[in-house]
Design a binder for this molecule. Structure first.
Ligand SMILES: Cc1cc2nc3c(=O)[nH]c(=O)nc-3n(C[C@H](O)[C@H](O)[C@H](O)COP(=O)(O)OP(=O)(O)OC[C@H]3O[C@@H](n4cnc5c(N)ncnc54)[C@H](O)[C@@H]3O)c2cc1C
Length: 564
């Protein structure tokens, strides 16, 4: 009789339990063991900000199945036949004898766990800035259940009044919202010139303007020092010398893969610091797989290695490694296009594929457009979306998309993510058959309208200008005629205030005499979202104006200050 296969998994949060469960489902008789350093198993870390923010109160919901059963040791043993060793650290791997050495962190007991196939799912550790005062009380990260409990307690106690969030990435912003909801005065501090670096600068600035309506935001400035009294944090000092009083600091400046065990076991580590794996999630040792935040993946758009610490990928990779560990290499995980989404107060922000900024760095020539329009009809409470589409300049293949606003960003990003993975071109999206009814979308969905705008641009039906380029022209006092095509009421409510002329679109054909006599002078047309801007530009072109550009996304995508 064949002996039972011993599958051992190190790490028991996202990728590890998924790998273990898949192995069990494929081989009912395998001996499957999870070694987990933390006391809990299967923590929904992506839910921590919402627990801290009070979206729900029962912490067990972070650890439960969809039917409400807590995924603890008992659950894993009885429901899945998986032995889970919690509060137990894997301290080393002997690859010759195929043994994992473990230490129980409560009793101090050590044990050897033999394996036939080993899966590493050791996750990542938050980066900490190597600066004075970082060990003071009141400084934390939000990476573990312990951190989530600590911050939730702060929320419930209501004693802290001022906090800083260091790092304006996804976790930093989600934490800022959570603590803002707790009534705490928040300052987000970001070293780079923009928040959410997965977005292009202009898109990130639109988010930043919105975040500023809720919290203080400082960009382009880092923390130089933590200041404390009696061991407790009292302020942070920024690199420009400013001191910000605070009683709490949450550090969210990214994570790095946990590779100590892998390194010591002689596994190959990639240039970005993650464990090297192939498409089977197999490491340089054929008996060891690795999954989740501890590995490097291939970016499928530009074919380079990346670190992609996302919960969905960790689960998908886990399934693949679990199956391959049992059956031999049979299923593949080819890579990532780095799709992500986050909630930013009442905004949603997502991106997939290549950004324009990254394309520039990689030397890939791209064309972009911005579309600002609602996700649904006004009578169904449609909400604004601002999307940016990035396509290959030669082939028009869809390479990337970004979307933000109070509307349904998730659907947009999901559509573009599939289009990128299917290597679709703009042409393929023009008449795409998506579901439509007023509660869900416009008759032409925002994504398809975005593709239409790109097609119009490619067919040279309009020439676009982005907010940044227009602002430069204005700042350089270039000779540009700004033409606002909205109505008088709209102009009263909101306007650039940069010397623009207002001619409502309906009056344009009869008021052409108010435009510059020189028909070669640059005219930039716009409205709130630039649909009227586009139509006005067509009227002008038909009447012999040769140098007309449309402000892409209109005022909705203008991230600089306006008069109103
Ligand atoms: C606050 C927050 C919000 C997030 N939001 C999102 C989101 O909205 N969307 C998204 O896609 N992703 C999100 N993520 C990222 C996502 O949670 C991670 O990508 C995912 O948890 C990675 O899973 P993992 O199993 O690789 O690692 P982890 O979840 O980090 O688990 C690794 C486990 O291994 C254990 N371990 C490490 N070393 C050892 C050892 N030597 N012995 C035993 N055990 C060990 C650790 O204690 C840990 O429990 C978020 C993360 C955080 C922290």
């Amino acid at each position: 009789m064949e002996s039972k296969k011993r599958i051992v998994v190190i790490g028991g949060s996202a990728a590890g339990p998924k790998a273990a469960s898949k192995a069990r489902r494929i081989d009912e008789f395998a001996e499957v063991t999870i070694i987990q350093k933390d006391p809990e198993l299967s923590m929904a870390s992506c839910g921590y900000p919402y627990y801290v923010g009070g979206f729900f109160d029962n912490r067990n919901q972070l650890l439960s199945t969809p039917t409400g059963v807590v995924r603890d040791q008992k659950f894993y043993l009885s429901a899945k036949g998986i032995k889970a060793m919690v509060s137990t650290e894997a301290t080393s791997i002997n690859t010759n004898e195929k043994i994992v050495k473990t230490k129980n962190l409560i009793t101090g007991e050590t044990a050897d766990v033999p394996y036939d196939k080993l899966i590493l799912a050791t996750g990542a550790t938050p980066n900490m800035p190597p600066i004075e005062g970082v060990d003071l009380d009141g400084i934390t990260t939000l990476q573990s259940m312990k951190d989530a409990d600590y911050l939730r307690n702060i929320r419930d106690e209501k004693k802290i009044r001022k906090a800083v969030i260091i790092g304006g990435g996804l976790i930093g912003i989600e934490t800022a919202e959570a603590l803002h909801l707790a009534g705490i005065d928040i300052t987000v501090i970001e070293l780079l010139p923009q928040l959410l670096t997965f977005l292009d600068y202009g898109m990130a600035k639109l988010v930043e303007n919105y975040v500023r309506s809720k919290t203080n935001v400082i960009t382009g400035n880092g923390v130089a020092k933590f200041i404390g009294e009696n061991g407790k944090l009292t302020a942070v000092k920024l690199q420009n010398g400013t001191e910000i009083p605070c009683e709490l600091a949450v550090i969210a400046i990214g994570v790095r893969p946990n590779v100590k065990l892998a390194k010591e076991a002689g596994l190959k580590i990639g240039q970005l610091g993650g464990i090297e794996v192939d498409e089977y999630m197999q490491t340089s040792n054929s008996d060891i797989y690795a999954v989740g935040d501890c590995v490097e993946l291939t970016n499928l758009v530009f074919n380079q290695k990346v670190l992609a610490p996302y919960g969905d990928l960790a689960n998908l990779e886990g399934r693949v490694a679990g199956e391959n560990a049992v059956l031999g290499n049979s299923v593949k995980f080819k890579g990532t296009i780095q799709t992500g989404i986050c909630k930013v107060f009442d905004y949603n922000v997502g991106s997939t594929g290549l950004s324009e900024d990254r394309a520039k760095k990689l030397g890939i020539k791209v064309e972009t457009v911005i579309n600002a329009s609602p996700d649904k009809p006004g009578f169904m409470d449609g909400k604004l979306l601002v999307s940016k589409l990035i396509v290959d300049d030669d082939t028009c293949q869809i390479l990337g998309a970004q979307c933000l606003g109070p509307g349904d960003v998730s659907k947009q990003i999901a559509i573009w993510a599939m289009a990128i993975q299917a290597k679709m071109c703009v042409e393929d999206m023009i008449n795409a058959d998506l579901p439509y009814a007023p509660p869900f979308s416009l008759a032409i969905d925002h994504s398809i309208a975005t593709a239409h705008i790109m097609q119009n641009k490619r067919k040279k039906r309009f020439e676009g200008i982005c907010a940044h380029d227009l602002k430069q022209l204005i700042d350089n006092k270039e000779d540009v005629f700004l033409l606002d095509l909205r109505g008088y009421d709209e102009f009263e409510q909101m306007r650039l205030g940069m010397g623009e002329t207002l001619i409502p679109l309906g009056q344009l054909r009869t008021r052409l005499n108010e435009l510059p006599e020189n028909k070669n002078k640059l005219i930039v047309t716009f409205c709130k979202i630039s649909l009227r801007g586009y139509e006005g530009a067509l009227v002008l072109k038909a009447n012999g104006y040769t140098n007309v550009k449309v402000l892409e996304g209109g005022l909705a995508a203008w991230y600089y200050e306006r008069e109103k």
